[in-house]
Structures are given as structure tokens and as C-alpha cells.
Write a protein that binds this ligand. Structure first.
Ligand code: BGC
Length: 753
């Protein structure tokens, strides 16, 4: 009896105690919980939560029941675990993931709904792996095709990037995993990423480089953002008064955490005052090297604590940082409503496949060489596959986005699987042969993850080409899988490419084959444009990106006509580097000019707002393939553009346009709307993308597409007032399915009232 009485007393005590623990009460407003937790924390606990305790985690508050906080790369799948305090692999057996297509491919789908699915699937994988924050998506603008990390980003256009980043963030965060959008900001090349001080006009900053981040924060409500390595206005972006305190937190009202890029913090005072909330990776070079057990030496660690105790700082800044961290805890680790996580589920593979299917871009298809339809060859046919990229695993390498994929289907395997499938039309009558053609990177190892592939081949380049050419002579079709890979100085973090040319003698290989086989198809695997001096000699060209786990299947489906390609380029594919604005002003504009002492290199974005098609339009240049370009196995007609109003006073406009599938198979097209300001007090681009919609149509079907725009679509960043401004007057809207194929236009006016 006594015992029961005692238990009852304990229970009552526990209940009333729990009632006081506002921070644990999920029915309470999150801000109330934050304040409650904050006032319970000691100085040491506060310091603990604002810096790393291992390569990818920071401490929770154990005494208050708040678990450690785990982050991980990002952005194309969940990175395998490394050891607590070392960069070596932890050797887990449960960290093989689904590798999703790289973000250039996601952007090429022009399908915001797919971006949501992508984020959602990635979030489920992260949850399974116990990660509360994914270090992604990366959305730096593609300023030059030499940019080593362009493959991780969403292309050159701020509007397309904005529309694609918002649903990614929303999908990921819908399962209680924070997105850490990166790299904020102006981290547009890699070579000197730690030393580059970017000089850019306010207009270019606001019109080109910031809109993606602004959308991720204001519309996507991202809970995290990563400061970039480089400097702007002579301050590192991980603790930058102007970009973090002023723009991000004050102007955009960001209430989440600013995370430093790994090793991106450099100064105690700036780390305290200039907007950084969580410090990671100090004492590393960002990726591979690291001092052991350096966590106490971080800027936002013991030295900060000591400075507070000694009265150098009050706890004002500290409390503000901790509030943001706590808010993140309540949104993620402490959120009991989170769903379960799943790793490598069939839905995740399906998502990866769908994104790959929709992102592959048919760049050129002279004489309709593609699709390769076995039905047209009842007597059977021979397909020759050539190139290292037909067999090379691409999910390993490239830097921090490198993955340990549960599986990766190579292009050659994918073709084989489809051709041998029981439902393949000419099963048994299609033969597949392979020739290596060139040897590129045979290493297959990144940060302790190995592909297990033995790609060594000691033959000379001439011998490899001779073999491929010999076989090509008797093949009905030749499919060359070439392009770049994820090794240094290609599509890889830490360096930029040195030229736009294809590496490893591939130009020679491709031209030699094209001469002997008129049905040559070139599939380019990369995240960047490459120069194609042989473009006119090769009838069919496909942009195959880095497609992740389902790569081979997705490519085979497009090549064999099981899937009609519908990807459109998220960047301008220059004929050569001289067509790119960033390369038109000498080294001051790229890669920059070293200051005395060689510690800082100033890179001035002299092309200003004229990035990508904005530059080629202005200079009247004809790129190899324009921004927004992408062909299909069917054809479309876009016509009858009309605006519901001729005049607008608030800047909002609604347009309607008809699109018809004029060919003979089901297909999707991207209806793109560009706006031109006819007369303006400042120089404006010839046209700018301001709305788009992807539609799927049956042969003969017509749909009316509605596109809406708002005042921002008419505005420029006014450097006089530091705000957006739309000047009254005439505007033109043009619609088509590529930036160089706008088939209809309509005029309207913005009128003052
Ligand atoms: C990269 C980040 C990455 C971080 C952690 C850095 O070197 O720039 O994108 O998230 O490492 O791996």
C-alpha cells in the first residue's frame, strides 16, 4: 500500500514537472519552447550546440533530453558515414543509398513537382540514416562551363533555379529533415574558393546570384543555409555582415541556422558578430584533411566561451545563435511527428528513374537517327557501344557529393538489360558489342569508397581508336558514351576545368567513328557543357548528365524509344569559351587577379547581369545549343499567345497559349515565357525567363497553358534605391520551347495609377 502511494506521488510529481517543461510540449508554440529551453541551458551547453563535435555532428543538450544533431551531404543522396573524428569511412553496412540524378539533371526536367518528390525521397533516406540536416541543395549560378561544381547546381538562370529549389526544400523538410541550402553566396568557381573575393554589381548580385537563395528562404522556408568559402566585400561568406546579417536575416527574415562550410570560419570576432550560427569543419581544408580533436579549438568553442567569461562579449549574440539552433532541433530531431525513414525503397528508385527520364536532353537528332527502334530492323541489328563512360560508375567521386550507391546501372548494362528483357520487340535479334575507345580515369576511389571496377587498359590511344573504328564499320548504330567524369579538374569539387574541350582524345575518337558510320549517336555524360567541334558530323547528340543509380536504364529507355526525351537545357551550351561573358574580360573576370602577398584573389564579375543567354542575346551570339533547348521524338506547335489584360497596374499578368503535339507519339514539352522591357532607364537583358510549364500531350492533342507573372517579373534591381523597381511602359512577352525558339509574342503595358 505504502509502495503504491509512493508510486502515485512520483507520477503526480512527474506530470507536474513535465507540465513545466514547456520546451518538451509539442502543443506549445515553437518560440515559447525555444525561450524555455534557452533559459535552462548553461553557458557551456550553449557553446556546445553551436559548433561541431565530430566531422558531421554537433552536440545536443543531453541533460535536457535533446539528442546530438547529425548533418550529412547532400545533395544527390545521403553520403556514407565517415569515422567520428577522421575522414576515413566508418565502414557501416547500412549506408549504401539511392543515388539520385545530379541537380543539373533535376533542373533539366523543368518539373517542380519532381523536385518535391526528389527532396521527399532524399528526406526519407536521411531519416533512416539518422540525419537531421542534408547539406543541400546546391544552387550557385552556372557562370562558366569550367566551374568544377556546376554539376551539383541548377544551371544559369535565377528564375528556373528558384522554381526548382523551393519544392526540393519543401519535400525534404516535409519529413522533418532540414535543408541546408548552399553555398551562400557567389561561390561560382572552385579553383581558389577559399581565397576568392568576388566583386559584383548590386544589380547582378540581386538579379542573378541571390534569387535562388531568396526563394529557398522566403518561399521554401529553408531551415538552414550554408555560408560559402569565398569572400565578398572582403569578408568570408561564413561570417559576412552584409550577406548574412543584412540580406539574409534582416531583409529576408531568415529564422533558421547559418552553418559554415567545412573549414569556412576564419575569425572569432566575425564568427561572433557576422551571422554565423553553427561552425563546422574548422581545421580542415574543407574535405580531406583535418586536425584530430580540434573541436575545442573552434572559434565558436572554448575561445568564445572564455571571451564571454572575461566580458569581451555579452551573451546577446550567443543566445541569438542558440535560439536558431534550438529552433532547428524542434523542427527536426525533437519533432516527434516525423515519419519513419526508408533506405533504398522501390519508390526512391522510381523517383531517381523518373527524374533521370525527364532530365535527359536530346540536343540534336538529324535524320531522326534516334530512337533506335528494333522494329525497323526485322532482320536484326548490331549496336556498337563505345567509350569509358559506358561502363564507368559515376556516383563515386566529384567531392563531397560522392556516394556509396546500393547499385548503379551503367549505360552498357542498361542497354543490355533492356535488349535482353522478355518484352523487347526483337529479342535475340539485336546484338550489342563494346569497344573502350579511350581510357580516362581508372581510379574508381573517393574518400575510401571504391567502385570495385577494374578499368585498367594499357593499350595506346591509337589502338583504342582503331579497334572502335573497325567495329563501327560493320555496326548498324554506334553509341558513344563520352564526356567528363568526377575526377580532379573535371566535374569535381576543389578545382575548375582547365578548358572546355573533351578530355582523353575523345574528339579524335568521335570524328573517326562518325566518318565510318552515319548512324553515330554521341551521349555526353557531364554536368557541364563541352565543346563539340565535330557537332555537324555527328547526327544525334544526347546530354546524359550524371544520372545516379538508374543511369543506364534511363539512358537505354531514351535511346531505344521506350521513353520520349523531354529535358531542356538549364544553361547555355556555348560553342566555345569566347561566347561566355565571364571569359570575355580577361583574367580579372576569371579566375581573378591576386593581391600582393597572394592571399586574396579578386574576381570581378565584369559581365554583370549578362550571364548565360543574357550575354549571348546581348552580343548576338549563336551558341551550340541555347538555354531551354531540348528536342523530342515528336514535334510541337506553340501558338496563339494572348494576355488576359493589355494593361496592368499591379504588375500581375496572366497569359494563355496553345500547344499542339503535331507529331505521332506521346511527348512532353516545356512552354517557356520570356519578358522584355521595351524601354527602361537602365540597360536590361534582351529577354528573361519569367514563367514555364511542362505539359504532356498525345499525338494531335492541343492544350491551353496558363502562365502567370507578377511585378517582380517586370522589375530590375534599382541600385539607387536598393530595391526592386518596375518602370511603367511597354513590355513584350514571348513564348516558345527554347530561348532561341520563341514562336509567339504579345505586348502589354504596366501603367501607373
Ligand atoms: C563542401 C560542402 C560540403 C562540406 C561537407 C565542403 O568542402 O564545400 O559542400 O557540404 O564540405 O562535406
Amino acid at each position: 500500500m505504502k509502495k503504491i502511494f509512493f508510486v502515485c506521488l512520483m507520477a503526480i510529481g512527474a506530470v507536474s514537472y513535465a507540465q513545466k517543461l514547456v520546451y518538451l510540449d509539442e502543443s506549445k508554440d515553437i518560440e515559447e519552447r525555444v525561450e524555455d529551453a534557452l533559459k535552462r541551458m548553461t553557458l557551456a551547453e550553449k557553446i556546445d550546440v553551436i559548433h561541431a563535435q565530430s566531422k558531421f555532428s554537433s552536440a545536443g543538450v543531453k541533460r535536457l533530453g535533446m539528442p546530438d544533431f547529425w548533418t550529412d551531404d547532400g545533395p544527390h543522396g545521403v553520403r556514407p558515414d565517415v569515422l567520428w573524428d577522421e575522414w576515413e569511412q566508418a565502414g557501416q553496412s547500412n549506408d549504401s543509398c539511392v543515388a539520385f540524378p545530379a541537380l543539373t539533371c533535376l533542373a533539366a526536367t523543368w518539373q517542380p513537382a519532381f523536385s518535391y518528390m526528389y527532396g521527399y525521397a532524399l528526406g526519407e533516406e536521411a531519416l533512416y540514416r539518422g540525419k537531421s540536416m542534408i547539406l543541400g541543395p546546391g544552387i550557385n549560378i552556372y557562370r562558366t562551363p569550367l566551374g568544377g561544381r556546376n554539376f551539383e547546381y541548377m544551371g544559369e538562370d535565377p528564375y528556373l533555379t528558384s522554381r526548382m529549389v523551393v519544392p526540393y526544400v519543401q519535400g525534404l523538410q516535409s519529413v522533418g529533415v532540414a535543408s541546408c541550402v548552399k553555398h551562400y553566396c557567389l561561390n561560382n568557381d572552385e579553383e581558389y574558393r577559399h581565397q576568392v573575393n568576388v566583386i559584383v554589381s548590386d544589380r547582378a548580385l540581386h538579379e542573378i546570384y541571390l534569387p535562388g537563395f531568396e526563394a529557398a528562404i522566403k518561399e521554401g522556408k529553408a531551415w538552414g543555409i550554408m555560408g560559402a568559402y569565398n569572400l565578398y566585400k572582403n569578408e568570408h561568406n561564413c561570417h559576412n555582415q552584409y550577406t548574412l546579417n543584412k540580406i539574409l536575416k534582416q531583409d529576408w527574415g531568415f529564422d533558421g541556422v547559418v552553418v559554415s562550410d567545412w573549414g569556412g570560419a576564419h575569425d572569432l570576432d566575425q564568427a561572433v558578430k557576422n551571422g554565423l550560427d553553427m561552425e563546422f569543419g574548422t581545421w580542415t581544408n574543407g574535405l580531406s584533411e583535418g586536425a584530430s580533436n580540434a573541436y575545442d579549438m573552434y572559434y565558436l568553442s572554448k575561445q568564445y566561451q572564455k571571451a564571454i567569461v572575461e566580458g569581451k562579449y555579452t551573451t546577446k549574440e550567443l543566445d541569438e545563435k542558440v535560439r536558431r539552433v534550438l529552433r532547428t532541433f524542434f523542427r527536426t530531431t525533437m519533432n516527434k511527428q516525423k515519419p519513419y525513414g526508408f533506405l533504398c525503397s522501390e519508390q526512391h528508385y522510381q523517383t531517381a528513374r523518373m527524374v533521370a527520364h525527364e532530365g535527359i536532353v536530346l540536343l540534336q537528332n538529324e535524320g531522326n537517327v534516334l530512337p533506335i527502334l528494333p522494329e525497323l530492323h526485322p532482320e536484326g541489328m548490331k549496336i556498337l557501344v563505345v567509350g569509358e563512360n559506358a561502363i564507368k560508375m559515376m556516383t563515386v567521386g566529384g567531392g563531397s557529393s560522392s556516394l556509396k550507391a546500393q547499385h548503379e546501372i551503367s549505360p552498357l548494362q542498361g542497354l543490355k538489360m533492356r535488349i535482353e528483357a522478355s518484352d523487347f520487340p526483337s529479342k535475340g535479334r539485336v546484338s550489342l558489342d563494346y569497344a573502350r575507345g579511350y581510357v580516362g580515369d581508372t581510379s574508381g576511389n573517393y574518400n575510401g569508397v571504391t567502385t570495385g571496377q577494374d578499368l585498367k587498359d594499357d593499350r595506346s590511344p591509337e589502338a583504342l581508336i582503331a579497334e572502335a573504328v573497325e567495329k563501327a564499320k560493320t555496326a548498324d548504330y554506334v553509341i558513344i558514351f563520352g564526356g567528363l567524369n568526377k575526377s580532379n579538374y573535371q566535374d569535381c569539387e576543389g578545382h575548375d576545368r582547365k578548358t572546355m574541350d573533351l578530355p582523353y582524345n575523345q574528339d579524335k575518337l568521335i570524328t573517326s567513328i562518325a566518318v565510318v558510320n552515319k548512324n553515330t549517336v554521341y551521349v555526353n555524360i557531364s554536368g557541364n557543357a563541352v565543346s563539340m567541334p565535330w557537332r555537324k558530323q555527328v547526327p544525334a547528340i544526347v546530354q546524359g548528365w550524371f544520372l545516379g543509380s538508374e543511369s543506364g536504364i534511363a539512358l537505354a529507355d531514351v535511346l531505344l524509344g521506350r521513353n520520349n526525351p523531354s529535358g531542356h537545357l538549364p544553361f547555355t551550351w556555348y560553342e566555345s569559351l569566347d561566347q561566355c561573358g565571364a571569359h570575355s574580360f580577361g583574367e580579372a573576370a576569371f579566375p581573378g587577379i591576386w593581391r600582393e602577398g597572394k592571399k586574396i584573389i579578386d574576381e570581378e564579375y565584369k559581365e554583370g547581369i549578362y550571364v548565360g543567354y543574357r550575354w549571348t542575346d546581348k552580343q548576338k551570339l549563336k551558341p551550340a545549343f541555347a538555354f531551354g533547348h531540348g528536342l523530342s521524338y515528336t514535334t510541337f506547335k506553340i501558338s496563339n499567345l494572348r494576355a488576359t489584360l493589355n494593361d496592368t497596374t499591379d504588375g500581375n499578368m496572366t497569359f494563355k497559349v496553345d500547344i499542339t503535339n503535331t507529331g505521332n507519339c506521346l511527348g512532353s514539352d516545356v512552354v517557356q515565357l520570356y519578358i522584355t522591357d521595351v524601354k527602361c532607364s537602365v540597360d536590361r537583358p534582351v529577354k528573361e525567363l519569367k514563367a514555364f510549364k511542362k505539359v504532356m500531350l498525345k499525338p494531335g492533342e492541343t492544350q491551353t497553358v496558363t502562365l502567370t507573372t507578377d511585378k517582380r517579373a517586370l522589375s530590375f534591381w534599382d541600385e539607387q534605391t536598393n530595391d526592386w523597381k518596375a518602370e511603367p511602359g511597354e513590355f513584350i512577352a514571348q513564348v516558345g520551347d527554347a530561348s532561341d525558339k520563341l514562336t509567339c509574342k504579345v505586348k502589354f503595358r504596366l501603367v501607373e495609377y
